[in-house]
Unconditional design. Structure first.
Ligand SMILES: NC(=O)c1ccc[n+]([C@@H]2O[C@H](COP(=O)([O-])OP(=O)(O)OC[C@H]3O[C@@H](n4cnc5c(N)ncnc54)[C@H](O)[C@@H]3O)[C@@H](O)[C@H]2O)c1
Length: 246
């Protein structure tokens, strides 16, 4: 991936940071996008320590103008976009679906679905100008099955899979390769914030008897972004210790 340029949304934490660090080790130019300046700048610092060029763009992926900004700043700094990890997302407060407030439901849709769409819209437009690119969208196990108490989250992640498959059909001939990942529960900061009892129960429900680690997801993302996966297109890759098999 020498001399390629990647944009990573949600790059300040969890899967986004892990992928940034792995790509940094390969010399990739990286734009870290996050709503959190502190976390995003820390990822950039860690990437630069590994010797790559990296910039931070503070952006809320649910705002069209912010998405245009992170795309424009990447083009200004690096000239093109080769790789896009369209990953930023939020979960939800964990109540049954009809108890979810309208505001919370709409916010989850804004970030997890509209934010993913805006990213695809403006990044693919740039990739088409330079001969193509590779995209990984972050869906979830919750994009394959329902997750009681995370209705909005599950709905948006199903939608991310729908967008991924549709765009695969639309742009494959123009050298845009796109896939989605469907991670099960992983020990990222998002999940570590849950009560300990809930974490234990989640681990027991997984066929492998444990939660995933962010680096296990990042390895798959980097594979999907690389030439090694050159004929994988429009796929949804589960990374879940077997959870989707049940
Ligand atoms: N952790 C899991 O078990 C798990 C499982 C399946 C899918 N996912 C998905 O993986 C992705 C990354 O999650 P994670 O577990 O690494 O979480 P995380 O909370 O560690 O990281 C998410 C990052 O996204 C950023 N972010 C949130 N809203 C944003 C917005 N509106 N604009 C820009 N940045 C924003 C946060 O600041 C944070 O840095 C999400 O889409 C999540 O739904 C996570």
């Amino acid at each position: 991936m020498q001399k390629k340029t990647a944009i990573i949304t949600g790059g300040g934490s969890g899967f986004g940071r892990e992928v940034a660090l792995k790509l940094a080790k390969k010399g990739t130019n990286i734009t870290v996008v996050d709503i959190s300046r502190e976390n995003g700048e820390e990822t950039v610092r860690l990437c630069k320590e590994l010797g790559c060029n990296a910039i931070f763009v503070q952006a809320d992926v649910s705002k069209v103008e912010d998405v245009k900004k992170y795309v424009a700043k990447t083009i200004d700094s690096f000239g093109k976009i080769d790789l896009f990890f369209n990953n930023a997302g939020v979960s939800g407060s964990g109540v049954r679906t009809i108890e979810c407030s309208v505001e919370e439901f709409n916010n989850i849709v804004d970030v997890n679905l509209n934010g993913v769409f805006y990213g695809l819209k403006f990044v693919i437009s740039e990739m088409l100008k330079t001969g193509g690119g590779v995209i990984v969208n972050t869906a979830s196990l919750g994009g394959l099955v329902g997750i009681p108490t995370l209705g909005a989250y599950s709905a948006t992640k199903h939608a991310v899979i729908g967008l991924t498959k549709t765009i695969a059909g639309e742009y494959g001939r123009e050298n845009i390769r796109i896939n989605a990942i469907a991670p099960g529960t992983n020990e990222t900061p998002m999940v570590k914030a849950y009560p300990k009892k809930a974490i234990k129960q989640m681990a027991e429900a997984v066929p492998m008897g444990r939660l995933g680690q962010p680096h296990e997801v990042a390895d798959v993302v980097c594979f999907l972004l690389s030439e090694q996966s050159s004929y994988i297109h429009g796929a949804v890759i589960s990374i879940d210790g077997g959870a989707a098999a049940l």
